[in-house]
Write a protein that binds this ligand. Structure first.
Ligand code: DQQ
Length: 575
């Protein structure tokens, strides 16, 4: 029975499929809309954005036959959330993107009220399949399947939603308004596919597990793969294996003693992406986070700034796992409407398990370095206490900066109380980037980015070093936005996260920072990508040629820039 359904599914791919009624007029409407955006000043130049309108979650990213696909939640009619379709762009290098027609949009009873987030899976016969959430005629969240209409189209432009299968999963006995965002599926050794769907029961967030032999007929497992009390709705779950040793990525179905698993959930209540590292027990179909990984929404985040609804995929061409994440705006809805767009995707990041086994490490995909142009270096420069040095010679509104600070004496690092050890953002926000002599730790030191010449506007990305009981150092990384923009109606909340680094190790302690700056985006990677913080910034003065970059040291003792390199970034061809 299952085998014949699977065969049917395959046959479906080989013939010209029906169920496409209503498509042409919708596409016509979408395609005749001219860009009307009025404000280009804060648009990005090498981050992924559609030409106009609203964008949110990255959907179904995949690599297929030499082409990277990115689908995303998109409103074809305006700069606010609504009318959601799966827009589609393709790339051969993850840097330059070509827009295509929307791939999935409301046409059928099982998705007529919206085509929400989902994921792609590449079947062993090399067929890509998308699972996504449709909002049906009754407003229920159901899970649907979509297939490429024509596998010989190298860009997989058109997708069909077979009416005889869909919806493939319905919320029987479940809360139909909290039942969404299917993951990529993985295949167990027993020949059954598994997929997770985000859900909550009361305030308990959960990743429901469904199994299938043929990808069409799905049965709910008795237990969720994992759940956690008081975490609220789990949006956009993502579940994947990582090597215990090494940076190579793995196909989602890989398991064994050489891997750990990662479960990421996007907490709707907190609007942040949290993950744990743990073990997947296939014989029980349960996931158990390690003791070092807390799953109550207080612990590890991919990014301690703006980064939500993220999703990874396995890039079989380069054997790496790549993470996409949505950075929403920090300004008002009125501003979004006035500028005609909202939402940016962060630069895709390669991710792998840190040597400690306790957390992931993320680094911008190497391809982004192809945009690096003119370069300036600062080598072995001592920054006395209170000094600020301008980095001259590059266009710093559109730049990539890498810096390593060498620390000579950390004697003045204060003790951080145990309460603050759980609240990095609060510490960043309380101390800002001022030279707080009492209780401010050793620091702050770091970069002022998107700064005006007089520094009336500046975004400070920096470190402070404290001690905790046992005399161990604690490194805090902050992004302070109190002076990011002269505009009033933008969110100026500070962001912060701890960096797990052993400063006592090696002859001279160092700390590194990389920052990607792109007009209204600042993405920072502390200590090789152990802690990441992304921000949306809307300068009024520090725009274009008037944006400046400085390194600063407000710590009570000198530090040295052992090396700083800054590059102009070229503009990518995006959509
Ligand atoms: N966005 C989608 C949902 C998802 C949410 C709707 C997360 O499927 O839960 O646009 O940002």
């Amino acid at each position: 029975m299952a085998a014949s359904r699977f065969l049917l599914l395959l046959c479906y791919l080989l013939v010209f499929l029906h169920g496409f009624a209503g498509a042409s007029h919708i596409l016509e409407e979408l395609n005749t809309m001219e860009p009307t955006y009025v404000n280009q000043q804060h648009r990005t130049t090498y981050h992924f954005q559609p030409p106009k309108n609203w964008m949110n979650d990255p959907n179904g990213p995949m690599y297929y036959n030499g082409v990277y696909h990115l689908f995303y939640q998109y409103n074809p009619y305006g700069a606010v959330w609504g009318n959601i379709v799966w827009a589609h762009s393709v790339s051969t290098d993850l840097v330059n993107w070509q827009p295509l027609e929307p791939a999935i949009y409301p046409t059928a009873p099982f998705d007529i009220k919206g085509c929400w987030s989902g994921s792609a899976t590449i079947l062993p016969n090399h067929t890509p399949v998308i699972l996504y959430t449709g909002i049906d005629t009754q407003g229920r969240q159901v899970q649907n399947l979509a297939l490429p209409k024509n596998l010989s189209d190298p860009l997989l432009r058109q997708w069909v939603k077979p009416a005889q299968y869909n919806p493939i999963i319905v919320p029987n006995g479940l809360n139909a308004s909290s039942f969404r965002d299917p993951t990529s599926a993985w295949l167990g050794k027993d020949g059954h596919w598994r997929v997770l769907v985000g859900n909550k029961r009361g305030k308990r967030g959960m990743a429901l597990l469904y199994r299938s032999r043929d990808f069409v007929w799905w049965v709910k497992a008795k237990h969720p793969l994992h759940s956690s009390k008081d975490t609220g709705m789990w949006e956009c779950p993502d579940f994947f294996p990582v090597l215990k040793k090494g940076q190579l990525g793995l196909d989602t179905s890989v398991n064994g003693l050489h891997v750990k698993h990662v479960l990421k959930v996007s907490l709707d209540d907190l609007k942040h992406d949290y993950y744990t590292v743990g073990t997947y027990l296939p014989y029980k179909d349960r996931y158990v986070p390690d003791n070092s990984s807390v799953d109550d929404g207080t612990s590890l985040r991919y990014d301690y700034g703006k980064f939500y609804a993220s999703k990874t995929f396995f890039d079989g061409a380069k054997h790496r796992r790549i993470l996409w994440g949505w950075m929403n705006e920090s300004d008002s809805v009125n501003n979004d409407v006035a500028k005609g767009w909202s939402g940016v995707q962060a630069i895709p990041r390669t991710l792998w398990l840190d040597k400690s086994g306790k957390q992931l490490v993320q680094w911008p995909i190497v391809e982004i370095e192809s945009l690096r142009g003119k370069k300036v270096d600062i080598i072995d420069k001592v920054l006395g206490s209170g000094s600020v040095v301008e980095v001259l010679g590059v266009t710093t509104a559109q730049a990539d900066v890498e810096v390593t600070f060498e620390l000579h004496s950390l004697d003045q690092a204060d003790i951080l109380d145990s309460m603050s050890l759980t609240q990095p953002q609060l510490v960043c926000s309380k101390l800002g980037c001022s030279n707080t002599k009492q209780g401010g730790g050793f620091g702050p030191f770091g970069l002022f980015v998107l700064a005006s010449k007089d520094q009336e506007e500046r975004t400070a990305v920096f470190f402070r070093i404290f001690k905790k009981a046992g005399n161990q150092h604690v490194v805090l990384m902050c992004s302070d936005h109190s002076r990011s923009s002269l505009k009033e109606d933008v969110d100026k909340t500070a962001y912060g996260g701890f960096v797990d680094v052993d400063l006592a190790h090696g002859p001279k302690p160092t700390l590194s920072l990389r920052t990607l700056i792109d007009h209204s985006v600042v993405e920072s990677f502390g200590e090789g990508g152990k802690t990441c913080i992304s921000s949306r910034i809307y300068p009024v003065k520090a725009l274009g040629e008037n944006a400046h970059l400085y390194a600063f040291n407000y710590a009570p003792a000198p530090i040295t820039i052992s090396k700083l390199s800054a590059w102009d970034m070229s503009t990518a061809k995006i959509n």
